[in-house]
Design a protein. Structure first.
Length: 269
């Protein structure tokens, strides 16, 4: 089966140009600027395509994209799909369906579900669930703990995008802030060629800030004080440590949700 997405503005690798995508057996085989423009025709009764969609042969579908942009599929490297254990919020099927509707063709999901994806069994369970219900391509981060680095060597780097590391306060036992445990995570990930995606906040600073805020505002401080509790210093101090460890062990590092301009400066050569 051949599909031609015709007469659109193709946006790719920093350029825009008019053209058509030729797709065969689900793969893009060419990007063609020489195909002739489509000739509009009246819609066929029962045809769910646009009035300009044409079927020149039983084995070719032409979709008129004139006036539209043709964009590469988006890869979302940080999603929370809440399955298993938190499916009253969402699940793999519902969120991957929403992803597909928004042009996201691949996603990488976080490990803080119930149970957390910190064991091989939990990882395999997620992969089985996605195989039967995900509408788009999928992969799942493996969560680091203080005592599971020995499992990294059993991960398939072609299926697992990397190690998710919570260096700041988190749920359950996923907080890893002891120096020796952090060294093991970074060194073992580097040895195996696995990237580390780090959530960087300094828990000691956060706890001190929270204590000071609660002394002034009570045990349930207003949400407007959140930036004082999880402060710029808490973010910067933790990100500095992550960058230092990554440089020391030559680990590929991705810092999730950068909060400050000072953190950005850490990644400038």
């Amino acid at each position: 089966m051949k599909t031609i997405i015709a007469d659109g503005t193709i946006v790719n690798e920093g350029t825009q140009r008019k053209g058509s995508l030729v797709i065969e057996d689900g793969k893009i085989v060419s990007i063609d600027s020489s195909l002739p423009p489509l000739t509009p025709h009246p819609p066929v009764q029962g045809d769910l395509q646009s009035p300009h969609t044409q079927h020149p042969s039983p084995n070719t579908l032409i979709i008129d994209a004139s006036g539209c942009y043709i964009l590469p599929g988006i890869i979302d490297s940080h999603v929370h799909f809440r399955e298993p254990g938190l499916t009253e919020k969402a699940d793999i099927e519902s969120e991957s369906r929403a992803a597909a509707a928004g042009g996201v063709t691949s996603y990488m999901e976080m490990p803080n579900t119930v149970p957390q994806t910190t064991t091989l069994e939990a990882l395999e369970d997620k992969q089985r669930r996605a195989a039967s219900s995900s509408h788009v391509n999928y992969s799942f981060f493996f969560g680091a703990t203080n005592d599971n680095t020995h499992l990294f060597q059993k991960l398939d780097p072609h299926r697992v995008p990397g190690i998710k590391l919570f260096m700041g306060s988190s749920t359950g036992n996923m907080l890893v802030d002891a120096d020796e445990s952090l060294r093991l995570v970074f060194s073992e990930a580097a040895r195996l060629g696995l990237p580390v995606m780090a959530h960087c906040e300094d828990t000691a600073i956060i706890n001190a800030n929270l204590k000071a805020v609660c002394e002034g505002y009570g045990d349930d401080p207003p949400v407007a004080l959140h930036p004082l509790i999880r402060s710029e210093e808490a973010c910067l101090r933790s990100t500095q440590k992550a960058v230092q460890l990554a440089k020391k062990y030559n680990t590929r590092l991705h810092v999730a949700h950068i909060s400050t301009a000072d953190e950005l400066d850490l990644f400038v050569p």
